[in-house]
Design a protein around this ligand. Structure first.
Ligand code: AMP
Ligand code: MN
Ligand code: MN
Ligand code: MN
Length: 278
């Protein structure tokens, strides 16, 4: 079984369409795939419709990655198995979308104060009909030759505490968990190893996430140093969180690939036991 419960399409900052993602996942022999765009489920139906035409044996999980704020950190919470037609959920996602648009205007303001023009306009072109993200700003800054690559855009301008950083007015993780549960999904703490925080803060985050009713945690996501990997597995056991795996694939390249993940270690309950039985 090859499972990937975290990836992005061009409805947020991924670069493939939902159909292209399905084709790629099929080629990578993925048999269970969740689409988890940033703060939107706009690509989910397209994925389901395409899959129905292809008549391939691949299980699809409607998903989302909600942006939240917690003690100054940007924390991402995945909603897996959400009802993408749930009207209340869609209205709530619309609020997140507005937060994104308001932040984008403020980022543009700050960039202009740094003497950099036209980034928002180009970022909007890249975002197309999808959610506007900092990844689009970074791409625009590269194409306008303000920076040499996206990493430099984050390090100099868009990252936390940098020249054009705007502290977003995201919902709390608790709210994300409630929204996901109301929409019939499971709430999973995304990429716990990628937050720029000490082990002490991470312990606190996982403890609080469990206490607020969170269901799972990503135990395999990209490249993690062994001690951090072990800490995350231990926290999952300690706080009785189901284990999720996801590539966080955004576009074809050297860094990540659909279906690329490590097996769930013994003693942890895979989150898809629940999802596939629903
Ligand atoms: P946002 O959700 O709008 O704050 O944008 C965050 C997105 O930017 C993440 O989901 C990543 O896809 C991307 N990102 C974050 N840090 C970096 C980085 N250092 N280099 C390239 N992309 C990044
Ligand atoms: Mn992203
Ligand atoms: Mn994320
Ligand atoms: Mn992601």
């Amino acid at each position: 079984m090859k499972i990937d419960l975290h990836c992005h399409s061009y409805y947020s900052d991924g670069q493939l369409s939902p159909s292209e993602l399905i084709d790629r996942a099929h080629n990578m022999q993925v048999d269970t795939l969740a689409l988890t765009d940033h703060d939107t489920v706009a690509g989910v139906q397209e994925m389901i419709d395409y899959q129905a035409q292809q008549k391939r044996a691949m299980h699809l999980v409607p998903g989302v990655e909600l942006s939240t704020g917690w003690h100054g950190f940007d924390i991402h919470v995945l909603g897996l198995g959400v009802d993408h037609h749930n009207q209340r959920f869609l209205q709530r996602l619309e609020l997140q979308s507005q937060t994104r648009q308001q932040r984008a205007v403020k980022i543009e303001d700050k960039l202009q104060k740094c003497g950099i023009q036209g980034v928002f306009q180009q970022a909007k072109v890249y975002a197309g009909k999808g959610q506007i993200t900092r990844a689009h700003f970074a791409r625009a800054m590269v194409s306008l030759r303000c920076v040499k690559d996206a990493d430099e855009a984050f390090k100099k301008y868009l990252g936390k505490g940098k020249k054009a950083h705007v502290s977003p007015d995201w919902i709390a993780p608790q709210t994300a968990v409630e929204w996901i549960h109301d929409a019939g999904g499971q709430a999973v703490l995304a990429h716990p190893g990628h937050y720029d925080m000490t082990a002490k803060w991470l312990r606190r985050l996982v403890e609080e996430f469990s206490a607020m009713g969170g269901d799972g945690i990503e135990v395999s996501h990209g490249h993690l140093a062994k001690p951090k990997q072990l800490l995350i597995e231990q926290l999952a056991r300690e706080w009785d969180l189901a284990a999720s795996v996801g590539s966080d694939f955004h576009f074809p390249g050297r860094w990540t690939e659909l279906g690329k993940s490590h097996p769930v270690p013994a003693g942890l309950t895979p989150v898809w036991n629940q999802l596939l039985s629903d």
